[in-house]
Design a protein around this ligand. Sequence first.
Ligand code: PMP
Length: 439
Amino acid sequence: MKPKSHLFYQTRSRRPVLAEARGVYMWDVDGKRYLDGSSGAMVSNIGHSNPRVLEAMRRQMEKSTFGYRLHFETEPGERLAAKVAALSPEGMEKVFFVSGGSEAVESAIKLARQYAVTVGQGSRWKVISRNPSYHGSTLGALALTGYAPLADPFLPMMQAMPKIPAPRAYLDGLDMDDQATGAHYAAMLEARIIEEGPETVLAFIQEPVGGASTGALVPPAGYMQAVREICDRHGVLLIHDEVMSGGGRTGKFMAAEHWGVDPDIIAISKGFGAGYAPLGAMIAHDRLIDPVLDAGGFQHGHTYAGNPLACAAGLAVLEEIESGELMGNAARIGALLKARLANLMQRYGFIGDVRGEGLLLAFELVADRQTMQPLPKELNAYVELVELAYEQGLIIYSRRTRGGIDGDHFLVCPPMIVTEGQVDEIIDMLSAALDKFAV
Ligand code: PMP
């Protein structure tokens, strides 16, 4: 029996007590080893206890751990901002630090709104998002989140925002490689902008590769480009929530680079601090930031933003990604892992789809591959399979998909340092869990 806990998060369920973590492995206090097959919540992108990052943090800690951003500039902050700007689309020269994904999204929508007000477009305030989607837990970001069980209880307390369907070609039986598929989903955005009245629409926000709510949803051919054109046509800002997809795990620093599309504003977090420090950033085009700064400043900020310890960690994370060529590894090993997951479809008829980019990968379980009907809700697959994997020593991340109501998907997203041998381990443990699930 574990002693009573005074901590609480979402549920009463208790988890093993973490003792230590190194590379792709974690150990609990009973000595059981786990392969971190989801990098926590797609966070620990360079693995645990990376010596370069620990040393950089130790060195910074001995100098200073906090300098309030309105009192001091810091060297790690300046260096990290320069590095992020260099990794961002052209014209995005300024970086606004925050401490997490929700804060990054809040900052993005508030900058968009303040820009609109500053340039005399105060009628624009609606931010269209997709259903399903996940953009954060704070009330502003939650209003954009297309995940009914999370958002609905709070609707009276926040401004509901328009939603359009996410492009789930695999459910609609459409061909991912056909430009007509991308055009079909993008047209829904244009129709919604027109329905709302373009002069009221501030922005459209999307996850370039979907995360927790959609399970590594990849856009169909032509979709990203068509969305960009539609936004431009109607004077709507395009915001990319790269909180999960950014930071390198898809094989590019920003996932949208795969489609050559630049947004107006980007939110990043998760793999940016990589589990070493709470860190996130909002990056925007200079043409949005400059008028806001010229008009008196951005009316927004968070206390811990840009603290030197977090920035030192972030800088070392980016250096590690560069020197270890980890984005290349994510692309190469990601392709291998995806192929191995797709092979499992031959053995397990209830795997309905395998999808993703680089090491942002997922599979979805279904009752029937032809109709893509979900498994019965009572099977509670999204909890049960994760527990079976846990027993094997493999951590994966699951959610109910389809707007949070039914369907089960599982993210398989090990750190970018994962080796071919460790892919074998993942597949072996996952197969053993699927065997038990199938009986
Ligand atoms: N956006 C996306 C795409 C996310 O995946 C998340 C976290 N799952 C967030 C925003 C919110 O980030 P945080 O939990 O750090 O506030």
